[in-house]
Ligand binder design. Structure first.
Ligand code: P6P
Length: 346
């Protein structure tokens, strides 16, 4: 057995496992009768299944578009389809979820509990494999999930109302990043914690306890190829970052994979901006299963997330695949960008 493999097997046990962490913190989840544990555990299992496929994607003929086009009008990559099915199957089997909405599904999916009853309490909204256009070029991709307690009566079929809740109602949210290592980063409203997978034994260990978003930073993440289509406030903020005067050591870092850009900025400090453009007049990112969960995590870590004017988690959704402009990251950087947006508006 290789030395590296041996080392992985002997990973210091000082870092508690995700399972131990969930049990230790179960009491914090105000509704918990172990349901959150089962929910996070199902996501943990699905993440391992997807991770296995993503890691071998280059070796197996699983690359390339699945041929279908999803509700967003985007070519579906085969791994998108695989990831979508893996999460739906795992979540369905755990008897906790009454409905699932996915980027890859036109409409929400109703999940009935035992004996066809609708007595499960939670809905999950998921982007099963965000950044999938990066799969063929071996760049990190991610899964993003958002969990709400249903608002319609238990025992009745889940409705669209259960999914169209403002982000401040989330009870949990997280992402999985399939990168140089695979991590689960999530919150249940009591801070943000990151767990790294030891692939040798298939166990996640607490590697990033109590993650804090630096209040400021020097990284700005935006696709400057769209510059000419940006609102004036975004153009002004980018020029502010690039300006000569003053000590502004900004650097541009943009991977094109939301989870990767957010994860790096949460560790190093920075701002991610995907504004509305001529091509995407409402922005490109989806409110329900990209912006809301990321906003919950970022706010829980001390950062900020808005549409340039309004807190993301206060936006009342009107449709499942709603898109919004997204300004997210270090609190002082987002506030600075918002001042340029306000100034350009007046
Ligand atoms: P663009 C991936 O498709 C995604 O939804 C995010 O992961 C990423 O940040 C963004 O879109 C990239 O979009 O237009 O810059 O390629």
């Amino acid at each position: 057995m290789s030395q590296i493999h041996n080392n992985l097997l002997q990973m210091p046990q000082k870092n508690k496992t995700l399972g131990e962490f969930i049990i230790e913190n179960q009491g914090e989840f105000k509704y918990s009768s172990g349901e959150l544990s089962r929910l996070i555990n199902s996501i943990r299992l699905a993440a391992k299944v997807v991770n296995h496929e993503v890691n071998k994607a280059g070796l197996v003929d699983i690359l390339g578009a699945a041929g279908d086009v999803n509700v967003q009008g985007e070519d579906q990559q085969k791994l998108d389809v695989f990831a979508n099915e893996a999460f739906i199957k795992t979540l369905t089997n755990r008897e906790i979820v009454c409905g699932i909405a996915s980027e890859e599904e036109d409409d929400f999916i109703t999940i009935r509990g035992r004996n066809e009853k609708n007595d499960n309490k939670y809905v999950v909204l998921i982007d099963p494999l965000d950044g999938s256009s990066n799969i063929d070029v071996n760049v990190s991709v991610g899964t993003i999930f958002s969990i709400f307690r249903r608002v319609t009566p238990e025992g009745t079929p889940v409705t669209l109302e259960d999914f169209l809740q403002p982000g401040r109602n989330q009870v949990a949210a997280g992402y999985i990043i399939y990168g140089t290592s695979t991590m689960i980063v999530y919150t249940t409203g009591h801070g943000v914690n990151g767990f790294t997978l030891n692939p040798a034994i298939g166990t996640y260990y607490l590697s990033h306890p109590n993650m804090q978003f630096p209040e400021s930073g020097n990284i700005y993440s935006v696709n400057e190829g769209n510059y000419v289509h940006f609102p004036q406030g975004v153009k002004d903020y980018i020029k502010f970052c690039q300006a000569e005067e003053g000590e502004r050591p900004y650097t541009s870092r943009y991977i094109g994979s939301l989870v990767s850009d957010i994860h790096r900025n949460m560790i190093k400090g920075g701002i991610y901006i995907y504004p509305n453009t001529a091509k995407d007049p409402d922005g490109k990112l989806r409110l329900l299963y990209e912006c809301n969960p990321i906003a919950y995590i970022v706010e829980q870590a001390g950062g900020k997330a808005s549409n340039g004017f309004e807190r993301i988690m206060d936006i009342q959704p009107t449709k499942l695949h709603e898109r919004v402009p997204f300004f997210c990251g270090s609190k002082l950087m987002v506030e600075k960008a918002e001042t340029f947006m306000q100034a350009a508006k007046s």
